[in-house]
Design a protein around this ligand. Structure first.
Ligand code: CLF
Ligand code: SF4
Length: 436
């Protein structure tokens, strides 16, 4: 991950995601393909999770938001466009937004995420506008597999279906990727892992995009959009262990992203702490000078550089631990409020992130919180998601869920502070690796 362009980009650098924030501009409503896991009423599932719809912005509104947020968030390093449809199916609004941002915010990375259909047509413009980070969602490089994933493709006024549509899309995606790599754009590839369809094919995708020159591969578990074709047909999301297994296989081929949050098309803030729906939690407007912001960024970058370049390790016999956090690399969330857990592997003094597990928050703030039927079914789902973990570190937990966790063989520990320090301390405290 040694690339200056990636250093403070939260999606391109796992170490940076605890510290650096992005703002998404939701300026792209239309899409030009139809993925079978998507329902167009929701945000693009290739870059977000269904069930939420981003409020559309004009390029000018997005720019105003950026002016506002950048004066509040010292760690804001990226302006991304990821939907709610496909940015390149909305080229005017997408490029107009980047144009507005480019001159006023030279230190902010411009980032684009696309299904890739129009990439060859716009690669030159992307390059000339100074967009240095592009994500292309490639779910298959084989049209027989692709035709099971895409219902249709609309290209330059013509509709394509079945294998012809998949062939066209794949051709465009790979050609677009090649062009961007030739321009020196840092390209990440996203793939949605769809059990029974492309699970056994993703290593081939990894090899192909690695050979073209992509920077990293983000294999995301399928999240079914309500009302999507796959949902109606009873397709299932992969279990965490299936995703980890495929990520492990692919990680032997090229760097794999494991910290993706499948975030909203209007998300703002750290990846794990979206502030778009709670603007009252943002620091006060105009609270930062440019100098303060630069000082903060320099300090964090120095820390990140220091922590990088660790050699490859053997993770056999490691212990898995789930952590509840709202970001900044500290344990600062109550078990009942967590909508996701970061899952780490710890072995002796080594730590690595293996994934993000999305859950329904156990506590919904009502009087019967933790005792009602829905709470116990949510807890059962959470236990299922975390069953491979030996312990959970969180800033607090109720006695009832604490007992249920223990019954399931997961030890809850109430901790605060730095995640890495606590992971090492808690694994030793419970007798793991105590001889080292
Ligand atoms: Fe946004 Fe995407 Fe840029 Fe990141 S998100 S446009 S590359 S700035 Fe990041 Fe969100 Fe995952 Fe995307 S966590 S869904 S990978
Ligand atoms: Fe939906 Fe696919 Fe279009 Fe994204 S690219 S909006 S998932 S159809």
């Amino acid at each position: 991950m040694e690339n200056a362009l990636a250093l403070n980009h939260p999606c391109y650098n796992e170490s940076a995601h605890h510290h650096f924030a992005r703002m998404h501009a939701a300026v792209a409503p239309r899409c030009n393909i139809s993925c079978n896991y998507c329902n167009p009423r929701f945000d693009c599932v290739n870059e977000s999770r269904p069930g939420v719809v981003s409020k559309l912005q004009t390029p000018e509104q997005a720019f105003e938001k950026l002016v506002d947020y950048s004066s509040r968030l010292p760690n804001l390093s990226v302006l991304g466009i990821a939907g709610p449809g496909d940015p390149l199916a909305n080229p005017e609004a997408t490029f107009q937004t980047f144009r507005l941002v480019k001159d006023f915010f030279p230190d902010i990375h411009l980032c684009l995420s696309t299904n890739g259909l129009m990439l060859p047509d716009y690669a030159e413009e992307i390059h000339s506008l100074g967009i240095r980070h592009v994500t292309v969602t490639i779910n298959a490089i084989d049209a027989d597999i692709g035709q099971q994933i895409y219902a249709h493709v609309r290209y330059k006024g013509t509709m394509y279906y079945g294998k012809e549509a998949a062939s066209l899309l794949i051709r465009q995606q790979l050609e677009g990727l090649e062009r961007l790599v030739a321009y020196g754009v840092l390209c990440k590839v996203n793939s949605v892992l769809i059990p029974g369809i492309n699970a056994d094919h993703l290593a081939e995708v990894t090899s192909r995009v690695r050979n073209i020159g992509a920077f990293s591969h983000n294999i995301m578990p399928l999240i079914l959009s309500p009302g999507s074709r796959f949902q109606q047909e009873g397709c299932r999301a992969p279990a965490p262990e299936e995703t980890i297994k495929i990520q492990e296989t692919c990680s032997k081929i090229m760097p794999i992203m494991r910290h993706c949050r499948q975030c909203r098309a209007d998300a703002v803030g750290l990846l794990g702490a979206d502030l778009s729906q709670t603007p009252e939690m943002l620091p006060a407007k105009g609270s930062l000078s440019q100098e303060q912001k630069q000082r903060f960024q320099r300090k964090v970058l120095a820390q990140i550089k220091e922590n990088q370049n660790a050699p490859a390790k053997d993770w056999g016999d490691s212990v898995r631990v789930a952590v509840a956090t709202r970001g900044s690399n500290v344990i600062n969330q109550h078990f009942g409020h967590a909508k996701e857990f970061l899952v780490y592997e710890v072995k002796h003094t080594d730590i690595r992130l293996v994934g993000v597990r999305k859950v329904q928050a156990y506590c919904n703030g009502t009087a019967d919180c933790g005792t009602g039927e829905s709470a116990s079914s949510q807890l059962a789902d959470t236990l299922e998601m975390l069953k491979d973990c030996k312990m959970i570190l969180c800033s607090g937990i109720g006695s009832s869920p604490g007992k249920e966790l223990q019954k399931a063989g997961i030890i809850p520990l109430i901790r605060k502070g730095d995640i890495d320090e606590q992971l090492l301390e808690c694994t030793r405290y419970l007798g793991y690796f105590s001889k080292v």
